[in-house]
Design a protein around this ligand. Sequence first.
Ligand code: AMP
Length: 476
Amino acid sequence: MNEAQTPAIAPATAKPTTGPDFSGLPLSPAVLENLQRLGYERMTPIQAATLPLALAGKDLIAQAKTGSGKTAAFALPLLANLNPRRYAVQALVLCPTRELAEQVTQEVRRLARAEDNIKILTLCGGAVVRTQVASLAHGAHIVVGTPGRILDHLSRETLELDALNTLVLDEADRMLDMGFAEDIAAIIKLCPKQRQTLLFSATYPEGVAKMAAKFMREPQEVKLTERHATTKIRQRFYEVKDSERLHAVGLLLNHYRPVSTLAFCNTKQQCRALVALLQAQGFVALELHGDLDQRERDQVLVQFSNRSCSVLVATDVAARGLDIANLEAVINVDITPDIEVHTHRVGRTGRADEEGWAFSLASMDEMGRVGRIDEMQGRASVWHPLSELTVPADAEPLHPPMVTLQILGGRKEKIRPGDVLGALTKDLGYAAAQIGKINVNEFSTYVAVDRCIAKDALRGLNAGKVKGKTVKVRRL
Ligand code: AMP
């Protein structure tokens, strides 16, 4: 993205450039090698603070949020506790939402590649129980899921926790917010007493402290001071009239040219109106709202996270539990009345060690809210005039770098990311650098390809084969 004289920022990743490397930890050579292959060279601050304790078997309460590298901070210890030759559930990760559970599963899967044949199962509400029962019958080493559905399986006795040695509570504060306290307590009662418990939470309210006191063994507490608001995130406020508000979003996008932007509105109506306007202006913008079914929601999130959608427009509720690491900008289309919510919104950019922009549009009516934000942040907000958002007449419209192709066929057809990459690179001759993220879902596979090869790649895939079979492919 460009700001007047600042050079474009390279695509953001959570990769820390400072901090200790992993080699000082008691990890096997295979695990270290896998970390290297994943590009994990240095520990993130939360990993550096928790891994030595957790790998020594201690119970932990860690204050960390999504994007900090917290998944690896509990995944590496739970994998270290695992005996792959024992076919029983040895680790359970409880998450507040299905989305988070799926992200956690993917990350654990990547980290588990150092060992052969570690089976990980996701058990969340919304999916068919019968299918889950069948998968459980095949055995799993690690289960990741939401408390309601996990308890359901425990009461059906389709899941057993006798062999469990690691219990992880991820985003404990949000699980309590969502009313899972009793379910969690009931699940923990069914876990062996002799176990390691790792609790991660973005905030540390009384409910979390109580839960920790009740269910944990001399837990060590790890807190990291928040660096976000001061160093990595640049916040700018623009005063707008209500009639200019939605139009101002397009101006911000064309001026700063962020690759991925999350735009927050206070209401669904506002979201809908903004997406319609942005699409009419030629932006690739999508809305995330509660009325989408799971498949539609997955498609929206895949397109946003693989950089083929420039702007995701959402309400705070719809954006709960999203983990998107590469956000260059957040736009507060309205100022939220809840100051904590403002901090959460802004904290979604500038993750890990990257820089990010947070733009806020405020009308005169919202100045009271901005005043309270200033008070809480302990500094005055920085105001810029809307008139500075100029766009050269010959500027190219802002396009996302990638395009998503959907292959009709997924895990059910045993498609793996390597099969798709092979079809595009070996069979069709594209460079690996032109291929982005590949997501294999149950019935569909999504592959991001460079915008300039999208048309040809679509034609090529439709005419060729993936895993020896012809496939149907369409552009999203
Ligand atoms: P999380 O906070 O666990 O959701 O992690 C955020 C992102 O950072 C994920 O995409 C991880 O794969 C990535 N990540 C975590 N730890 C590291 C590390 N030490 N080096 C590079 N990337 C990392």
